[in-house]
Each structure stands twice: as structure tokens, then as C-alpha cells.
Design a binder for this molecule. Structure first.
Ligand code: NAD
Ligand code: DAU
Length: 356
């Protein structure tokens, strides 16, 4: 089996659902269930014996060790993190605690577990750390996309904390021989995305008749990747990546924010027109910029294509259509997130294992 951390969040939950949809290898899913963790997202797996959910913290070394010794996973995939840049600006402390201290404690527990494996299990074991393109900093309009060789220049407390975690992961390979893999991915979008991030926020606000807040001039560029493609890349790196290596993952799909917002509005105009017949883009409202806002990210994903044969399956046009359709088809999920009811859903619907 594999141990996934942060598997009740956006990407982790998509990863667990895709994983168990494709094969029978069980998943132990360790998640602290912060505001970003949503077990309702995993409702389809609630009676599935291949999915073992454990509420807990990657920074709790004793709990992680207990889980490793009980379930003996062949791999750990670390999604658990505080992930929202705006929250890292207003309250950075949780980012330091989970992204840096948490990753350190997780690595320590995994190092001890790895040390006790026999030669064959050591050879097969992998620790895959899921990271971000934001560690490379911001690009000027004419600069080439980030490669794995770019210097780290993180600009927000979020990206600085992820950069620190990447360095720790690298050091555990170099110093202790832990077979680590690190992936640095661009902006994800898709189903089950918490509506504090750009694309889901635009969809739910548009449908609720609320303003669509675009920071600054809306010309910041991100490289958007459909979440299912990120999950397939992680599966491929886990399967065939070389220990100690870093793989950039991206969609070859750079777009300014305002273009993304306009695409969402156009799709909603087509799929669920406003009752008054006016276009959703009338709700766009330019607001104060994010402090220290990175201007442009772009990923050069040629290494993972060349070495592991991975390419994204979705174009932006197919991925964004699927995404908008998912939100339109799941108003209950959206309503529970907006009301906060998703946080009590766990008590009424899910038997949560306790590792203690
Ligand atoms: P998310 O915020 O949606 O989910 C994070 C999950 O981690 C939540 O379920 C939360 O409860 C859990 N968690 C938080 N602190 C924890 C702790 N101390 N112990 C255990 N669980 C904890 O994040 P996401 O968007 O799904 O991102 C997942 C990972 O991918 C993160 O490491 C993030 O840095 C990285 N990443 C995200 C993107 C993106 O566009 N969302 C892009 C590249 C990389
Ligand atoms: O690049 C990968 C990163 O992408 C991940 O590591 C992060 O976890 C993930 O949150 C995301 O970070 P961003 O800051 O790029 O994502 P966000 O959706 O918050 O914002 C995308 C862009 O849209 C960014 O330029 C800020 C802008 N924005 C965002 C919000 C929430 C707006 O203009 N208005 C908004 O309301």
C-alpha cells in the first residue's frame, strides 16, 4: 500500500480517487482536516476498504511512525501543506509549522522506518514530495520557462516555506540516502477545488451573482494544468522517476488571469446563462493587488516528457469545460463548502480511524 498525506485536499483527493479508480493497491490517507480538508470530497470511497482515512498531523512524528509501522507502505506521497498564498501573507505561522516543521517531522519518521526495511523493500521504497513552481520566483515576460536547474527565489511566505521543505527533502537524500522524488508543478485547476483559489472562486461567485475580484491589472500569468494531469504525472514519477531527481510538471499553458476569468464567464454564459440574460463578465471587479504578487510563472516540462514520457491529456479548453461542468453538477458540494457544513460532514458520514 501507499501512504498519502493531505489526501482530503484538492489535489490529494483527486489523486486518491484516480489511484483507486485505476488499481486496487490500498491507500492510507493521513490528513489533519484543516479548513482545506474536505472528506465529503471522498464520499465515493467511504465504504471502500482500500481507502483508510486517518485524521492526523504530519508534524506528529509519533503518529506518523505508528502508521508507517502498522501499514508498512512501499511509498509515501506528501501533499499535506498550507497552500493558499493570500493566507500565507495574512498569517504565515501555519505555513512554517506544516510546510517546514511538518515536512521535517515526516521525513524523520520516514527515515527511521526506511532504516528498518530489508534490502528489497529499501530498493523499492520512495518518498515523493509534491511541490510548486512558486519556489523559482517570478519570471519577466521574455524569460524562458522554469527548468529544474533554476535557482530558488521564493517571494511569498507560502513559496518560501515550500522551498524550505524542498531543501529538506533534497538533504535527506544526499545525507541519509532516502530515495526521494520531488515534483514542482504549476497552477492546478479542476473538480473539488476549494473556492478560495482563482478559478473555483470565479465560478461560485459568478453563479451567486457576486463580484469577480481580479487583483491589480489582471495581467499576471500562470501556467494552468488540469488536476487529473498532475495526478497522472505524480503516478508516473512514483513509478519510474529516479531517486534524488526533481521533475517540473506543467501544462504548456500560460495565460493571464483576466483571460482565465473571461473563459470561465463565457462558459457559464453558454452552460448556465444569467437569469437577466446579461454576460457574467459584467461582474468582473478589479481590486487591490496582492502584496508582492509574482508576475509570471511558466514551467518547462520537457524533462518529465523526455525521461518518463509524460504529457498532459487535457488542453485548457477541454479541462476548463470539465471543471465548470463539475461545479454546475455539484451544487451540494459547493453549498456545504460555503456554509461550512463540510466540516461536520465527517462526523455523520465517515468512520475515521484514529492512529493513537
Ligand atoms: P489544499 O490546501 O487543497 O489541501 C491541503 C490538504 O493538506 C488539506 O486536506 C489539509 O487538511 C491537509 N493538511 C494541512 N496541514 C496538514 C498537516 N499538518 N498534516 C496533515 N494534513 C495537513 O492543497 P492542494 O491545492 O491540494 O495542494 C496539495 C499540494 O500540492 C501542496 O503541497 C501544494 O503546495 C502543492 N501544489 C499545489 C498546486 C495548486 O495549484 N493547488 C500546484 C503545485 C503544487
Ligand atoms: O503555481 C502553483 C501554485 O498555484 C500553488 O503552489 C498554490 O498552492 C496555489 O494556490 C496556486 O497559487 P496562486 O497564488 O497562483 O493561485 P491563486 O488561485 O490564489 O491565484 C491565481 C492568480 O489569480 C494569482 O495571480 C492571483 C490571482 N487572483 C486570485 C484570487 C484568489 C485574483 O486575481 N483574484 C482572486 O480572487
Amino acid at each position: 500500500m501507499i501512504l498519502v498525506t493531505g489526501g482530503a485536499g484538492f489535489i490529494g483527493a483527486n489523486f486518491v480517487i484516480d489511484w483507486l479508480g485505476a488499481q486496487d493497491e490500498p491507500v492510507v490517507n493521513l490528513d489533519k482536516l484543516t479548513y482545506a480538508g474536505n472528506l465529503e470530497t471522498l464520499a465515493s470511497l467511504q465504504d471502500d476498504p482500500r481507502h483508510i482515512f486517518v485524521k492526523g498531523d504530519i508534524a506528529d512524528g509519533a503518529q506518523v511512525s505508528e502508521l508507517l509501522n502498522r501499514y508498512r507502505p512501499r511509498a509515501v506521497v506528501n501533499f499535506a501543506a498550507e497552500s493558499h498564498v493570500d493566507r500565507s501573507i495574512s498569517s504565515p505561522e501555519d505555513f512554517i509549522q506544516t510546510n517546514i516543521v511538518g515536512t521535517f517531522r515526516l521525513l524523520e519518521a520516514v527515515r527511521e522506518y526506511f532504516g528498518g526495511l530489508d534490502a528489497a523493500n529499501k530498493a523499492a521504497f520512495r518518498f515523493l514530495h509534491v511541490s510548486t513552481d512558486e519556489v523559482y520566483g517570478s519570471l519577466r515576460a521574455t524569460e524562458p520557462a522554469f527548468t529544474e536547474g533554476n535557482a530558488y527565489q521564493p517571494n511569498s511566505p507560502y513559496s518560501a516555506s515550500k522551498a524550505a521543505s524542498d531543501h529538506l527533502v533534497r538533504a535527506y537524500h544526499h545525507t541519509y540516502g532516502l530515495p526521494v522524488l520531488t515534483t514542482n508543478c504549476s497552477n492546478n485547476y479542476g473538480p473539488r477545488h476549494f473556492p478560495e483559489k482563482l478559478i473555483p472562486l470565479m465560478i461560485v461567485n459568478a453563479l451567486a451573482g457576486k463580484p469577480l475580484p481580479v487583483y491589480g491589472d489582471g495581467m499576471q500569468v500562470r501556467d494552468w494544468l488540469y488536476v487529473g494531469d498532475h495526478c497522472s504525472a505524480i503516478r508516473r514519477v512514483l513509478e519510474a522517476g529516479r531517486p534524488g531527481e526533481v521533475y517540473n510538471i506543467g501544462g504548456w499553458n500560460e495565460k493571464p488571469n483576466i483571460e482565465i476569468v473571461n473563459s470561465v464567464c463565457s462558459l457559464l454564459d453558454e452552460l448556465q446563462p444569467r437569469p437577466d440574460g446579461k454576460p457574467y463578465r459584467e461582474q468582473i471587479s478589479y481590486v487591490k493587488d496582492r502584496p508582492g504578487h509574482d508576475r509570471r510563472y511558466a514551467i518547462d516540462a520537457s524533462k518529465i516528457q523526455r525521461e518518463l514520457g509524460w504529457v498532459p491529456a487535457e488542453t485548457f479548453e477541454t479541462g476548463i469545460r470539465k471543471t465548470v461542468q463539475w461545479y454546475l453538477a455539484n451544487p451540494g458540494w459547493v453549498a456545504h463548502v460555503q456554509s461550512g457544513a463540510y466540516r461536520s460532514w465527517i462526523d455523520s458520514h465517515y468512520a475515521v480511524a484514529d492512529a493513537a
